[in-house]
Design a binder for this molecule. Structure first.
Ligand SMILES: CC(C)(COP(=O)(O)OP(=O)(O)OC[C@H]1O[C@@H](n2cnc3c(N)ncnc32)[C@H](O)[C@@H]1OP(=O)(O)O)[C@@H](O)C(=O)NCCC(=O)NCCS
Length: 434
């Protein structure tokens, strides 16, 4: 057994009595009230999920296992000469809450290499889809096609006990995560590079291998590590994380669950916003016809978007009420590595103007940028200009936290999720208007 799995098992055994005690002694303690506004309004702010991998504070932003983004990057071990930690070290951390040593992180890298072989039929599935299929449809189909590999599904059929669930779930999730970079890079090169596929290099870590298979040189490996970790987890109420948790709660395996979550991430109000930010910005720059962008021109373009009934992509958030620290982290990367890049300058100018426009518009509760407002610039700079691919990158990252979360769901015996619904007439009666 790897150190990671041993540590995870110890953590699970330590944690289980806490959940048991809460259920046994404190089940009736109230943690939230629900209003009609919340029932109709997408359950915004209703506290009814338990997630230990991360917590999203409206003002501070995300904390992974208690650490902010800068704290996480600083705490995790880095191989010599690298600025960012490996995805494998982060997987260890998000699963266990413990910072691995460099050796422990490298043991996960070695373990992932054993697991990373993508079955050949997955590529056939992607090739069989119409060429104009969205990369997210390809990604979701590829993941779903591997369901037959599930150890959890087989062990469940064979009648394993509930206390054992976490083990095959951990095995499945590790296998799936280790394979995602090759699937993502395959989709990219199949769809956008004429099918000129680059074979994986087993000597590299997950981020390095992804950059290699994309066909992009250094420092794109660092970008990949940063990007995947930044997008990994945002507690579990967001559409992708919640879907993955919900589907897995029916004891569906992680292939079914992640594929479903990827479908949610593909929505323009969720992960697809990063594609839309680039589409919006490119269209805006084309419209300039060589003219230098100014704050005034940007303000007008933003108002035109709002007045046509559309949202400003990359701005606003259901929980956050300040600039997303994932935006800030990537902005700092840009300030260091591509300060004079014209697209970055435009994105920075939008950052100066858009919050005031949204405040004046008066609808969005949060006028500040989210992660999607910044992530495409970095990709574009390093040559990934096919923005319909961006959400696949988000999906590879999002798998890390959400797969860790469903391993814990099974470890703690969380039941099938089943909130209660009411009819409109019932709400009218409760409100005394019927
Ligand atoms: C993220 C998002 C879906 C959150 O939705 P929400 O929790 O309902 O947000 P709010 O409570 O602030 O929405 C209140 C109103 O402001 C509008 N609003 C929110 N963000 C807006 C934006 N960026 N541009 C224009 N209007 C916006 C909403 O559409 C809503 O309008 P309505 O009352 O006419 O339906 C929303 O901010 C959005 O659509 N942003 C743009 C897409 C995006 O960047 N998504 C990625 C999120 S990580």
């Amino acid at each position: 057994m790897t150190t990671l799995k041993e540590t995870l098992q110890r953590k699970i055994e330590e944690h289980r009595p806490r959940t048991t005690r809460l259920l046994k002694e404190c089940s009736d303690v109230k943690i939230s009230d629900v209003t009609i506004g919340q029932a109709i309004g997408g359950a915004r702010g209703v506290k009814c999920l338990v997630t230990d991998t991360s917590y999203l504070d409206p003002m501070e932003g995300i904390r992974f296992r208690g650490k902010t983004i800068p704290e996480t990057f600083a705490a995790l071990p880095k191989a010599a000469g690298r600025e960012y930690p490996s995805v494998e070290s982060f997987w260890y951390y998000i699963l266990t809450g413990e910072i691995p040593t460099l050796e422990e992180a490298q043991a996960v890298e070695a373990d992932f290499k054993e697991r990373a072989q993508v079955p050949a039929y997955v590529f056939d599935v992607v090739r069989a889809l119409p060429a104009d299929s969205h990369p997210m449809a390809m990604f979701s189909s590829a993941i779903l096609s591997m369901q037959r590999e599930s150890i959890f599904a087989r062990r469940h059929r064979e009648g394993m006990g509930k206390m054992e669930y976490w083990d095959p779930m951990y095995e499945d999730c590790s296998n799936l995560l280790a394979r995602l970079p090759e699937i993502g890079a395959f989709i990219y090169r199949h769809k956008f590079k004429g099918g000129d596929i680059i074979a994986p290099d087993k000597s590299l870590d997950l981020g390095g291998n992804f950059a290699h298979m994309m066909g992009i040189g250094s420092p794109y490996d660092e970008v990949a590590r940063m990007y995947f970790i930044l997008h990994s987890d945002h507690e579990s109420g967001n559409v992708s994380a919640h879907t993955i948790h919900l589907v897995a709660s029916a004891l569906s395996d992680c292939y079914y669950a992640l594929s479903a979550g990827i479908n949610g991430l593909a929505g323009p109000l969720h992960g697809l916003a990063n594609e839309n930010v680039l589409r919006w910005t490119q269209k805006f720059m084309e419209g300039l016809e060589g003219q230098e962008p100014t704050e005034e021109i940007i303000r007008k373009a933003l108002w035109d978007t709002l007045n046509s009934g559309q949202v400003i992509p990359g701005y606003g958030h259901a929980v956050l009420r300040k600039t997303d620290p994932r935006y800030t982290s990537q902005r700092e990367f840009c300030l260091k590595n591509l300060p004079d890049y014209p697209l970055f300058k435009v994105i920075s100018m939008i950052y100066k103007v858009a919050p005031d426009v949204l405040k004046e518009h008066g609808k969005a509760k949060n006028p500040w940028p989210n992660v999607d407002a910044q992530s495409g610039v970095v990709q574009w700079y390093y040559g990934v200009t096919e923005y319909s691919f961006y959400t696949v990158l988000f999906g590879i990252g999002r798998a890390i936290g959400t797969l860790a979360n469903i391993v814990w769901d099974r470890a703690l015996g969380y039941p099938i999720e089943r909130p209660k619904s009411l009819t409109t007439a019932m709400l009218e009666e409760m409100a005394g208007i019927r």
